[in-house]
Design a protein around this ligand. Sequence first.
Ligand code: GRF
Length: 198
Amino acid sequence: MLPIAVLVSGSGSNLQAILDAIETDPDFGARVVLVLSDRPAVPALARAEAAGVPAAVVDWDEHHDRASFTTAVCDALAAAGAQLVVLAGFMRILAPEAVDRFAHRIVNIHPSLLPAFPGRHPVRDTLSHGARVSGVTIHVVDELVDHGPIIAQEAVDVLPDDTEATLHNRLHEVEHRLYPATIKAIAAGDITLEGLQT
Ligand code: GRF
């Protein structure tokens, strides 16, 4: 069983999809050893509690800088024994220490076809550019934001009357299928994270 940590900041619908997959699929091959949030009292923490998995808060507001925040996050991940770190709507950028300590073991999901539309508002940016195709990317995390070797990707058509909400809803549906499937494939050894190039 691959021990995974899931890092969250808000709703946690991707976390829920992972928890549900673990619950329903006896062959999933991974277990959640820690849900870590950078903010207290977010819905994702309630999801962790409901599922009976360990949860912790490393409060961004209690740290003076990104380096000390990152050290606290990495220490919590290491103490939990996480072998794979899954960013799922985690809205903080970790310092390079995280990539050093968890080399090739941090993955992220992003609601665009990277390298298009990185950053905080990918769905809004997709619409404002008039893109006809959007999608979901899962990638290995490196030192840059929304950057690193791509390990899974799925396209989603942009519809003429899409709003940010309607498009993000359809992207979320893909995320909730693609992220658990990708984590299962990593746990099974069908996807290897080492040695991938950007
Ligand atoms: C998802 O769209 C994910 O791709 C992005 O942030 C959103 C998180 O949603 N990084 P949720 O918290 O999992 O519901």
